[in-house]
Design a protein around this ligand. Sequence first.
Ligand code: C5P
Length: 233
Amino acid sequence: MNDSRVVVSLDFPGANQAVDLCQRLDPAACKLKIGKELFTREGPALVERFINMDFDVFLDLKYHDIPNTVANACRAAADLGVWMINVHASGGRVMMETACEALDKSTQKPLLIAVTVLTSMADDDLKEIAITNPVDKQVMLLAQLAKSSGLDGVVCSAKEANHLSTELGKNFCLVTPGIRPANSSNDDQKRIMTPAAAITAGSHYLVIGRPITKADDPLAALNAINSEINSVA
Ligand code: C5P
């Protein structure tokens, strides 16, 4: 594993564009995130290809099912050799504990983190599914549940990082999207933070897509972000 804290989000429809980009990046300077679209189109072969190129891979498939099914899916992901995987904390304690136990038997154990409340959901959306807590309270409840179930961390907004880090401790891994260097476009992100501010707030890993993937020189954009992080880390 390298010590880079930038996870480049490969939001591409197919392997060709993703591989083209990764050939222009440095596996020692970043990690990669593969989500549902790319994985569904290209499958484990693409994950293995990036691992063979020496990249650490976060397989962002957000498992949420009965404990046995999630545990077996986690084992299958671990067998691919990925660096990080995730589940929905709302799958509950038994689901998360069973996933941790399954990974403990793995020879190459990835970090296991949880999604708390999707950032696409507001208080009214939670009410509609009979969750009466406001979003911030529900995020904290599910993050605490993830920690006490043995998980390594959660995905969260950098705006929540400070509070979560104070409540859950500095070793609980916080993985944060919505990051924008000071001079770059917000795109469709509404609540953004700069790389330096997110690290200062307690984020461990920053998920960054378009500021790197759409840059004329992706490696230069990545290097600039790494320098900004190193200036505060
Ligand atoms: O291009 P950009 O930096 O906005 O990409 C951010 C990545 O993080 C995308 O893959 C997006 O789906 C993901 N993400 C997010 N906000 C969340 C959870 C995941 O932007 N709350």
